[in-house]
Design a binder for this molecule. Structure first.
Ligand SMILES: Cc1cc2nc3c(=O)[nH]c(=O)nc-3n(C[C@H](O)[C@H](O)[C@H](O)COP(=O)(O)OP(=O)(O)OC[C@H]3O[C@@H](n4cnc5c(N)ncnc54)[C@H](O)[C@@H]3O)c2cc1C
Length: 384
């Protein structure tokens, strides 16, 4: 295993994905309505064979897909990622019937998936969720409560919903359910957000579910959520790296041709050094994302720490790179419709969702101290 460079066939695949994103997905993304699921775009992701790969690829391939699509079409990237986030629990924990019904439809882009964990009172502290699953007969429950900030809501065709089955039990009393959008009592409202993909709230008014809708075992749903997030966290970093690379390439091209002070912008050393800094940080983030994804694929024991590091570094780096790219472009970057104006809006949310940056630091610190107390300490003072 290289430490770390991609194989020629992986590089060729990334180039092909960037081409498909630019030529086949970008035109469809441009026709989408703000705040609504772009179904032709999702269907094209299926026709290109990318959605089925969500269930056959490892974490590194997922990162390569997300990075390459993000480079040329963030809307396509996000549509792909959300299909994965919403449907991965079905792939990993669903019954044969759930898998047979939903996964082919998700893979063909005919069914839109969503992952419904967050609530008004439970974001970073997801184990505090209160959407209640009240027993209803011998093999059923009624779901009552609210979810918010749910990507693809309320347009999705089904939701992976995390509900409280045991009050007061924190993360141990949460159960995952697959809830089709047409269940009675389920409604939702779109939210207007500084993030180009559709997001909304979901209201559950005694929505009926049964054991046939379970994803995994009752009271074990938090593991379903965390297992999904461990897989997707490095790939959020990959999304960020794709955006950073797009901003960097645009800045290279702009500074090379922009006339200023009798030369080109790049002739100013402070400009060219800043471009070098952007390239340096983007590459460092990329390497950490690839390494974390590879650790996941190899079943390494330190996946939570590495996933958290990759997501944290890449999303913070992309914010810096896009902001500096705007600076080096000047006013034109802020014009509505400019690539950087779009990236400036896209790059902000990943520092908050799937665990805010501060939450990632918490995970890293927890894992470090866990290691310290697990093994006999062999640090410098042990030698003294
Ligand atoms: C664009 C977008 C899409 C989203 N899509 C989905 C989705 O599809 N499904 C879903 O379930 N949710 C989704 N979310 C919700 C997202 O997961 C939550 O916003 C996130 O978990 C943070 O929760 P919160 O917004 O309630 O912030 P809070 O939990 O209230 O935290 C606010 C801030 O407090 C600080 N903070 C919080 N905890 C800690 C800590 N432990 N240590 C130090 N500082 C801390 C951080 O700065 C944090 O940003 C989405 C959010 C956005 C913005």
């Amino acid at each position: 295993m290289p430490a770390f460079s991609l194989e020629p066939d992986q590089l060729a695949w990334c180039a092909e994905l960037r081409r498909q994103a630019a030529e086949r997905l970008r035109p469809l993304a441009e026709k989408g309505e703000p705040g609504q699921v772009n179904r032709p775009l999702v269907a094209e992701l299926g026709a290109l064979g990318l959605l089925p790969r969500l269930f056959t690829s490892g974490a590194l391939d997922l990162c390569l897909m997300r990075e390459s699509l993000a480079y040329a079409c963030t809307e396509a990237e996000t549509a792909l990622a959300l299909q994965g986030l919403g449907a991965h629990p079905v792939h990993a924990h669903g019954t044969p019937e759930q898998r047979a019904h939903w996964l082919p439809r998700v893979g063909e882009g005919r069914a839109v998936a969503a992952f419904a964990l967050s609530e008004p009172g439970a974001g970073s502290d997801a184990a505090a969720l209160t959407l209640t699953a009240e027993p209803d007969g011998p093999s059923g429950w009624r779901l009552t409560g609210e979810k918010c900030w749910i990507s693809n809501a309320p347009d999705a065709d089904f939701y992976t919903v995390f509900a409280r089955t045991t009050p007061g039990a924190g993360s141990r009393g949460v159960t995952a359910f697959l809830v089709p959008a047409d269940r009675p009592g389920l409604t939702g409202t779109p939210l207007d957000m500084l993030s180009p993909h559709p997001i909304g709230t979901l209201d559950f008014d005694a929505v009926p579910v049964t054991t046939a809708d379970l994803l995994g075992e009752p009271d074990r749903g938090f593991r379903v959520a965390m297992g999904t997030l461990n897989l997707f966290r490095p790939s959020v970093g990959a999304f960020a790296v794709g955006m950073a690379q797009a901003a960097l390439d645009a800045t290279l091209a702009h500074t090379a041709q922009r006339d200023a002070f009798g030369g080109k912008l790049r002739d100013l050393q402070s400009v060219s050094h800043q471009v070098a800094e952007l390239a340096l940080r983007t590459e460092a983030a990329r390497l950490m994302v690839y390494a974390a994804a590879t650790a996941y694929d190899e079943g390494a024991p330190d996946v939570p720490r590495r996933s958290a590091m990759a997501k944290l570094l890449a999303t913070e780096t992309a914010q810096y790179v896009v902001d500096q790219a705007v600076q080096l472009h000047g006013a034109r970057a802020l014009r509505r419709g400019h690539l950087l104006e779009h990236l400036y809006r896209e790059v902000r949310a990943p520092r908050i969702y799937e665990g805010a940056s501060e939450v990632q630091r918490g995970i890293i610190a927890k894992e470090l101290y866990k290691e310290l107390y697990k093994e006999p300490h062999a640090g410098p003072e042990a030698d003294a």
